[in-house]
Every structure is written in structure tokens, then in C-alpha cells.
Design a protein around this ligand. Structure first.
Ligand code: GDP
Length: 536
């Protein structure tokens, strides 16, 4: 029996958690929107503060030199803030196409996603890839079509693009009136509110008040918008009634439909409505599947999942932070948690929360919250922490790399440093390293090729190890599993040149073409060739 006051408290706290990831193709306005969301959350004082603090010690995103150089966000970051009585955990995802594995993991820690689309560009390459990642877990997605202050595609065309290119129903919950220079505002289809756009109002201050009208037949509509715009709006909404998808909560929650909002992040327009929709519509923490059973967030026992490791976040401290998504129970600072993979307890007295640019100590946290645990290599991606039961949450895999490089040390005396650096960096999850079973130079594998440059640079700056990376002919990998060791031994004897072991010692086979891979799989029927492997 659970204790009743605790149950009431955990129900209340869990119900007010919203943990969502923000995703977009680069340049659609993710950073700008994040800033404005934090502004509404009171997490920063003035929009732009995050950017202005980019070089600061605790800047949450774009903090590495390579990120600044390339203007991309390589790492994901976490931001906690409050809004309308809700505790929001906002997870940033890397915008570059190379980091889909990292993005996948961030999405496993989120309960829903917010997708930003540029109104002039519509669905872009990266939007599609992110959608594919969301689909793997049927993540519910809310869409924000941004930059309505510029001339873009017509709203109907954009909805059609979302449906055709992403294969998801688009259900508009707001409707834009004009665009570019003619952009007048949005009509809230749920509440029949009219919200005016005032380009002067959004510059860091609060936007103009909403005008409530009694539906589209309200005579004040024409007075407010002018006859032409009022007629256009009536016609559009009529069209939508006939052709568009009505919003169905169940379809949204199962990832079949995305509610769509229009606005302009830079002008802080439509952002508050968006945040209101997130707290209103987006799901809070739900039960999660572990090896032994399904775990409800409302259980008294604490459980959490490590979904990301970030090394040396703060160069001054040379620390590693494990990002833990709380799945059940209450977290209290200092509580002892069981690390089942290592079979030992870990202390949590230095647990932190991420408030916009600052990190601060966390006293208590609840299901849905993301906390950081500084550690020295004890925690890996995929690890589960509990107050006792040996649970292991599933669904955080390694993906088979598609790009490979051989690692050559410039200074052979640094072999130990290299090993340490690669072990730690691979635990962050963006690269994997492999040892050939025949010996010789180690191999790095990544899902996206840009990772190699990042790793070489980080090895140099954080571990003082200079390396050369040489290309290989491999372009695919599979983890090998078999009932009989004999078969694996036989394969090892016949194909030792293509066999490597990963950081955890698992046998992996590398291939030079998809054709070679198919042929091998065909020939070795007693062996399973897997494209993913659970991390822990
Ligand atoms: P990210 O790469 O998705 O994070 O995009 P950013 O937030 O950095 O925005 C990319 C560019 O679009 C920047 O120059 C922003 O100032 C601009 N931008 C963002 N939102 C809007 C908007 O609502 N209207 C206009 N006109 N530009 C915007």
C-alpha cells in the first residue's frame, strides 16, 4: 500500500510536469523560439540573453568552439522553467543532420516534441529525418509555423506539405491573417479569439492583448481587420471546416496528427499560445517499459534513466554530467541510488538542475524532471538508477555506424590518454570505437561523418591527444549474436579482417557495401546481425 499523502503529492507533481524536446531544420527559428519560451517562463529576463551569454561559463548551448565556428549546436541541453503553475523541462536537440542518434536519445527522455517550421521553406530535409526519429516512438508533436512576418507559402499549402512530406495529419488550431507586410495576426480556432500582430510590441516586451470576438460572424471582425481580410479569414476557415482535419486528442497522443500553430518567434508572436497549448495538450509523464515490468511514474520507488552524458561541460571543472530522466518516484538530494550495471550505490548530493544558463543544486525532483549527476565515468547512456529493484529501462540503443575512420596517434606515448578520451567521449554516445580482433589501429564509427572532426578536436583540447584519422572502405556495421559460440568462432576465423569488438566487448562485423552485408547475412543463418544494440 502506498502512503496516501505521498500518493496525492506525486500525482499532483507529476500532473504538472511537461517534458518536451524542440526540433527543427537549422535556421527555422529554434533558438529564437527557445529564447522566447524561456522569457515567458521567467527563466531569463530579456529575450536574447541566452545568445548574449553564449561565451559565458555556464552558457547552456553552443558552448564549444566548433559549435561557434560552425554555428551549429552539437550538444543538446536542458532547461527547466515554470509556466502557469507547470514545471517545464525543455530539451534542446542538435540541429545538424549528423546527430540523429543523440536526437533519438533526447526524444526518449521527452514525453512530446515541438517542431518548428519556416513558413517560407516548409518541410525541409532535417525536418523529415527528425520526423522519422519521432515516429520510432510515436512521439506526440505540436507544430509551430514560424516567420509569418515574412512572405512565405500559403497556410493551406504548408498544411498540405506537412501531410505529404511527413505523413502526419495536420490539424490547425490557429489561423494566420495575411503574411509578410500584410500579416495582421492569428485567429485562435479553439477559442474564437483574435490576436493582433504588432511588430513593435514583440521587441522584448509583452505582445498586445487578445481581442475576444464572438466567432467569425461577429460584426466587429470587419472593423478590426478591414472588409477584405475579414472575408478572407471567413473563407479560409470555411474551407478548413470542409477539408482540414479537426483536432483529435487521441490522434495527437498517438503521433498520427499534429496540431499546428502559426506565429513569429522573433516578434514574440504566437509564442505564449504555443506554450499554453503545450501545457494544455501535451502529455505529462507516462509509464515506461523496463526489463522486468512496466513502471508507473506514480510509484513510490525512485527510478531514472541516463539518456545522455556530456563530458567537460564546464572546462574549468573537467566534469562529466549524466542527464537523468526521472521515470518514477521522488528524488531528494543526497538519496542513495542503486547503479545496477555496476552493482553499487551512488551518492547524489551534487545533483543539479539546469535553469536557462545556470546550473543549480536540486533539492527535490519528480517524474518528468531532468536532473544532472556529475560523475567520473561511473554512469553511461542507458543506465538505470533505482532505490532498490534491479530495473533496466529499455529503448536506448546504439545505432550501427555508417562512417568509419582509423585512429593514428601522433605521439605513441599517449596511448593511455587516447583510450581514456575515446572511452569517455564514446560514453556521450555520439561516436563508438572498435578494436579489430586482429589487433592494429582502433576504429571510430559514427552515424554522421561530422562527428570525427568534433572528436579529434575534443581529444586535442580536452585530453591533449593529437590524432590523425584515416578513411576506411567500411560503410556498414552489424552486432553479432548467436545461440552457438561455434558459429561465431567459425565466422571469426573466416572473416577476422572485418571483425571488431565495441567498447563493451561485443562482436561487430563491418561491411564495405550493402550487397556484401546482405550476402553475408544470407550465408550465416545461425547468426543474428543486428543494426542496434541496447546501451546498458
Ligand atoms: P535555429 O537555427 O533553428 O536555431 O534558428 P535561429 O533561431 O537561430 O533563427 C534563424 C534566423 O531566423 C535568425 O536570423 C533569426 O533572427 C531568424 N528568425 C527567427 N524567427 C524569426 C521570425 O519569426 N521572423 C523572421 N523574420 N526571422 C526570424
Amino acid at each position: 500500500m502506498q502512503n496516501a499523502p505521498f500518493l496525492a503529492e506525486i500525482k499532483r507533481e507529476t500532473a504538472r510536469r511537461r517534458t518536451f524536446a524542440i526540433i527543427s531544420h537549422p535556421d527555422a527559428g529554434k533558438t529564437t523560439l527557445t529564447e522566447k519560451l524561456l522569457l515567458f517562463g521567467g527563466a531569463i529576463d530579456m529575450a536574447g540573453a541566452i545568445k548574449a551569454k553564449k561565451d559565458g561559463r555556464h552558457a547552456t548551448s553552443d558552448w564549444m568552439a566548433i559549435e561557434r565556428e560552425r554555428g551549429i549546436s552539437v550538444t543538446s541541453s536542458v532547461m527547466n522553467f515554470d509556466f502557469n503553475g507547470y514545471a517545464i523541462n525543455l530539451l534542446d536537440t542538435p540541429g545538424h543532420q549528423d546527430f540523429s542518434e543523440d536526437t533519438y536519445r533526447v526524444l526518449t527522455a521527452a514525453d512530446s516534441a515541438l517542431m518548428v517550421i519556416d513558413s517560407a521553406k516548409g518541410v525541409e530535409v532535417q525536418t523529415k529525418k527528425l520526423m522519422d526519429v519521432c515516429r520510432l516512438r510515436d512521439t506526440p508533436i505540436i507544430t509551430f509555423i514560424n516567420k509569418l512576418d515574412r512572405d512565405g507559402r500559403s497556410p493551406l499549402e504548408l498544411l498540405d506539405d506537412i501531410e505529404q512530406s511527413l505523413g502526419i495529419e495536420a490539424a490547425p488550431l490557429s489561423w494566420p491573417i495575411g503574411m509578410g507586410k500584410e500579416f495582421k495576426g492569428v485567429y485562435d480556432l479553439r477559442q474564437a479569439h483574435l490576436r493582433f500582430f504588432d511588430p513593435q510590441a514583440g521587441k522584448g516586451t509583452r505582445p498586445r492583448e487578445t481581442v475576444v470576438i464572438q466567432g467569425l460572424e461577429d460584426p466587429s471582425l470587419a472593423e478590426l481587420l478591414g472588409n477584405d481580410s475579414a472575408a478572407d479569414l471567413r473563407r479560409d476557415v470555411e474551407l478548413l471546416d470542409g477539408a482540414g482535419y479537426p483536432f483529435v486528442m487521441e490522434h495527437y497522443l498517438t503521433g498520427k496528427q499534429t496540431p499546428v500553430f502559426f506565429g513569429s518567434a522573433i516578434n514574440n508572436f504566437g509564442v505564449k499560445e504555443l506554450l499554453e497549448a503545450v501545457v494544455d495538450l501535451a502529455p505529462g509523464p507516462r509509464p515506461r517499459t523496463a526489463n522486468l515490468r512496466e513502471v508507473s511514474p506514480l510509484e513510490e520507488q525512485f527510478s531514472g534513466l541516463v539518456f545522455k552524458i556530456q563530458a567537460n561541460m564546464d572546462a574549468a571543472h573537467r566534469d562529466r554530467i549524466a542527464f537523468v530522466r526521472i521515470c518514477s518516484g521522488q528524488f531528494n538530494r543526497g538519496m542513495k541510488l542503486r547503479h545496477h550495471r555496476l552493482g553499487k550505490d551512488i551518492k547524489t548530493s551534487s545533483a543539479i538542475l539546469f535553469m536557462a544558463q545556470e546550473r543549480c543544486g536540486v533539492e527535490e525532483a519528480w517524474p518528468g524532471d531532468i536532473i544532472g549527476l556529475p560523475n567520473h565515468g561511473t554512469l553511461n547512456v542507458g543506465d538505470t538508477l533505482t532505490t532498490g529493484e534491479p530495473l533496466r529501462f529499455l529503448g536506448i540503443p546504439h545505432f550501427a555506424p555508417e562512417h568509419f575512420r582509423r585512429v593514428y596517434l601522433k605521439n605513441p606515448f599517449k596511448a593511455k590518454q587516447l583510450e581514456k578520451g575515446l572511452t569517455q567521449l564514446s560514453e556521450e554516445g555520439a561516436i563508438q570505437f572498435f578494436r579489430p580482433v586482429n589487433g592494429g589501429a582502433m576504429l571510430l564509427g559514427a552515424v554522421g561523418a561530422l562527428q570525427f572532426e568534433v572528436i579529434a578536436q575534443r581529444l586535442a583540447s580536452e585530453y591533449a591527444v593529437d590524432i590523425d584519422l584515416l578513411g576506411t572502405t567500411f560503410n556498414a556495421a552489424r552486432w553479432l549474436f548467436a545461440e552457438s559460440k561455434e558459429q561465431l568462432d567459425k565466422l571469426t576465423r573466416e572473416h577476422s579482417d572485418a571483425l571488431v569488438t565495441d567498447a563493451a566487448g561485443h562482436l561487430v562485423m563491418l561491411f564495405t557495401s550493402a550487397w556484401m552485408m546482405e550476402r553475408t547475412i544470407e550465408l550465416w543463418k545461425a547468426i543474428r546481425f543486428e543494426a542496434t544494440r541496447e546501451c546498458a
